[in-house]
Ligand binder design. Structure first.
Ligand SMILES: Nc1ncnc2c1ncn2[C@@H]1O[C@H](COP(=O)(O)OP(=O)(O)OP(=O)(O)O)[C@@H](O)[C@H]1O
Ligand SMILES: Nc1nc2c(ncn2[C@@H]2O[C@H](COP(=O)(O)O)[C@@H](O)[C@H]2O)c(=O)[nH]1
Length: 192
């Protein structure tokens, strides 16, 4: 008897300058397509008010994160804003081998590295803010950053925007409802 191989899940990657709206859009997409799971990354940054271990991130000490890098525990990892961020190998494997799809929220370098590892099985979506002024207002409105962190994030935003054209799709996140509609349609097509 020929054993049928289980279909592997696909990877959807969101990237955008910090504060553009990735997490907000992700929340809506996950409500609309239940077959997608959110990839919980590991980070060494401080937990924000309201964030929950294992839901938003796995919050690791710098020592533990660096130990995990050495033992090959990450598919990809990057260091920016003074902290490590990384996608856990075992969690990712578990989800895609179960046949569920995975939504990842990664910086531009992490996203492009993932594309190299999964060229056929990944869709990279880049979100642009309508303008730098609106991006700054969104970051300030979130009340999550101090002056220094705000400055770092806006500086990095300019650099990240230069990577947009390397992505499979680029969407300006102006009107949230419209963005969610557009993304949902693109993702549904990709998952067919
Ligand atoms: N289309 C939109 N119009 C107005 N405000 C928005 C829109 N999308 C997101 N926001 C708001 O902008 C702020 C930043 O959004 P969010 O936290 O989702 O960004 P992010 O890209 O995930 O940031 P980070 O990369 O730092 O996690 C939030 O307060 C969110 O409510
Ligand atoms: N390369 C990776 N980038 C990641 C990962 N997890 C999150 N991120 C990116 O970090 C920034 C900042 O996040 P914040 O929670 O501190 O605001 C954000 O733009 C994410 O896209 C990861 O595992 N790898």
């Amino acid at each position: 008897m020929v054993e049928e191989r289980k279909r592997q899940g696909k990877l959807i990657v969101f990237s955008a300058p910090s504060g553009t709206g990735k997490s907000t859009i992700a929340k809506h997409l996950l409500e609309r397509i239940p077959d997608i799971r959110f990839s919980v990354s590991a980070t060494t940054r401080e937990k924000r008010v309201g964030e929950v271990e294992g839901i938003n991130y796995y919050f690791l000490s710098r020592k533990d994160f660096e130990e995990k890098i050495r033992s090959g525990g990450f598919i990809e990892h990057e260091f920016f804003f003074g902290n490590h961020y990384g996608t856990l190998l075992d969690k990712t494997r578990e989800v895609i081998e179960s046949g569920s799809h995975l939504l990842l929220d990664l910086d531009v370098k992490g996203a492009l590295n993932l594309k190299r590892l999964f060229p056929e099985n990944s869709l990279l979506i880049f979100f642009k803010p309508p303008s730098m002024e609106i991006l700054e207002a969104r970051l300030k409105g979130r009340e999550s950053e101090d002056e220094e962190s705000l400055k770092l994030r806006l500086e990095r935003a300019r650099l990240e925007l230069e990577y947009a054209e390397r992505f499979d799709a680029v969407i300006v996140n102006d009107n949230l409802d419209l963005t969610v509609e557009t993304v949902t349609e693109k993702v549904r097509k990709f998952l067919l």
